[in-house]
Design a binder for this molecule. Structure first.
Ligand code: ADP
Length: 536
């Protein structure tokens, strides 16, 4: 105790941090400003807020309570954005699901998260039908009908009808504790089944504020949704754009010319995405000879940006920011802060500096590179490799119903990323390798174990190992090394690939299959490093 200790927290000076309050504020400050532009409607901040309060009330009347899970399966849209507020306003937890997953994984996620409601875009009706067929207690199905003439099909009712059940004037409660869960995001880690990463209101608020700061956002910001909102809640930009009172421009599908049109028509200032999205867009714009009439900021993350991408981006009029992060860290956890003197450097040298993952964002206490054996920080000379370990306030609560994985991820008081890096003398981190068995293809994670599990189900396969193979377009793609069973008469790569495509999301299927004996350690573990090296 000291002379300052008797000054207490009261309702006047302390409340739980939550990004939900940011929408309430923007609705008061900018009631008539454009908050959301979507294909079917444009919403002012007043309308956006009222629709969220109304949907929250409707969910509440349907019996959704604190601690329940509400899932959503749809591309970037105003409904997806509204769910980021309406669902937690009831105290429930939002589970935004990746639309590229297969029905079996969707089914696993709905069962594991115990979703009580599923909002889904009717374009994914077949997936939903197959996924809920496996469930003991199916969620209430709410159809989002965006294609003209679509019917609610197997849904219990449609989004707008559910909305009408609520009162737009209804009030909502802040969480009593900022540590309460706000969202659930499944990530495929090193094991076959995805892990449910749980975010807290406090982290979501801080991530929104810091992500707005790292990307220099203001009320003038017009943000184009090239990044899926189901990736770490759109790296918390679902809340960050609202925090600054900027405009969200939705985008259903990544299409280069459509992106260009929206940038020009709406005066887009900022967007995010994986290098593969940027590259695809740059190629198309380059072919058409299109350049931006005003510069726009593009934050790249999910994989390191090659210097060719940075060069092409700048030629077309983009200013590139490099971010690094994981689902477990609410998206961005480091950014490569450009130092003023870098502007004088020739492009190749500047691109080399920019391709480093950089320094911590403001919501974190520390991003360290720790020696894998001693757990001590490696020397900051840019050559000793260790694991990137993170601690601070924008790290997840843990994995849902998975105490072992949570304990392993948080051992020794750090969140262990499984990314291997060096620390440079200027204290910028640079990733060199990955300790975990994850393949990152076009910004989507593929668990090599999950692909192996499917391969092992094939009757003609005796052993299988899957590793990442470099690919110009996707960054990495899965390559399968397969040992056929002894009496196997014939097995072709096409047959193996077709089998995988039938049994997993298409983007996870190997692009190449190599037959032969698999190299092993003395204890019988497959030596994936040798397989990886054989590809380079
Ligand atoms: P996200 O959806 O943000 O990509 P994931 O959890 O799916 O998050 O993937 C996180 C992994 O992606 C990291 O552990 C790392 O291996 C890789 N990654 C993310 N950003 C970068 C980056 N800027 N450079 C290199 N690798 C990256």
């Amino acid at each position: 105790m000291n002379k300052y200790s008797n000054l207490d927290k009261t309702a006047a000076n302390f409340s739980a941090l939550t990004p939900l309050s940011l929408l309430q504020r923007s609705a008061q400050v900018y009631p008539d400003k454009r908050a959301v532009i979507d294909d079917d409607r444009t919403l002012s901040y007043r309308q956006f807020y009222r629709r969220c309060c109304q949907m929250s009330d409707a969910l509440h009347r349907r019996g959704i309570n604190p601690g329940d899970t509400v899932a959503i399966l749809c591309p970037n849209s105003h409904e997806m954005l509204e769910s980021h507020y309406a669902v937690p306003m009831t105290g429930a937890v939002l589970n935004a699901v990746n639309i590229r997953l297969d029905a079996a994984t969707l089914s696993f996620i709905l069962a594991h998260g115990e979703a009580r409601v599923l909002f889904y875009d009717t374009e994914w009706e077949n997936q939903v039908r197959a996924a809920i067929a496996e469930l003991e207690i199916p969620p209430l199905l709410i159809a989002i009908e965006r294609k003209a003439g679509a019917s609610k099909g197997l849904a219990d009712l449609d989004y707008e009808s559910l909305l009408k059940e609520g009162d737009p004037e209804a009030s909502w409660q802040r969480p009593t504790d900022e540590w309460e869960a706000i969202s659930l995001n499944y990530t495929s880690g090193t094991t076959g089944n995805p892990k449910g990463v749980v975010y807290h209101h406090r982290g979501a608020y801080l991530a929104a504020m810091t992500n707005a700061m790292v990307f220099n956002m203001t009320a003038e910001t017009v943000y184009l949704w090239t990044l899926p909102m189901f990736h770490c809640n759109g790296w918390a930009y679902t809340w960050a754009i609202t925090a600054v009172g900027g405009t969200h421009v939705c985008l259903r599908e990544v299409d280069a010319l459509e992106i260009y049109r929206r940038i020009e028509d709406y005066g887009v200032t900022h967007m995010c995405g994986a290098p593969v999205v940027m590259n695809m867009m740059l190629e198309e714009l380059g072919r058409e000879g299109l350049t931006l009439s005003r510069p726009a900021h593009f934050a790249l993350g999910g994989a390191a940006p090659p210097s060719s991408v940075i060069r092409k981006a700048e030629e077309i009029g983009f200013q590139v920011t490099h971010l690094y992060g994981l689902t477990e860290t609410f998206g961005p956890s480091t950014l490569c802060v450009p130092q003023p003197e870098w502007h004088q450097l020739p492009l190749e040298e500047r691109a080399l500096k920019m391709s480093r993952q950089g320094v911590p964002t403001h919501g974190l206490d520390e991003v360290a590179v720790l020696d894998m054996a001693s757990g001590e920080p490696v020397s900051a000379e840019g050559n000793a490799m260790g694991e990137i370990c993170i601690r601070g306030n924008t790290v997840m609560k843990g994995y849902l119903k998975n105490p072992e994985a949570t304990e392993t991820a948080f051992s020794d008081g750090w969140f262990h990323t499984g990314d291997l890096a060096v620390m440079h003398p200027d204290h910028y981190v640079e990733i060199r390798d990955r300790a975990k068995d994850v393949i990152i293809s076009g910004g989507e994670n593929i668990s090599s174990l999950e692909v192996e599990e499917v391969l092992y189900r094939h009757p003609k396969i005796s052993e299988a190992a899957v590793v990442a193979m470099a690919d110009d377009k996707w960054g990495e793609v899965p390559c399968a090394f397969v040992k056929p069973v002894d009496d196997c008469d014939e097995l072709t790569p096409e047959e193996v690939i077709a089998f995988c495509r039938e049994n997993m999301a298409r983007f996870k299927a190997p692009k190449k299959v190599v037959f032969g004996e698999l190299p092993k350690t003395a204890t019988g573990k497959i030596r994936k490093n040798i397989l990886r090296d054989s590809l380079s």
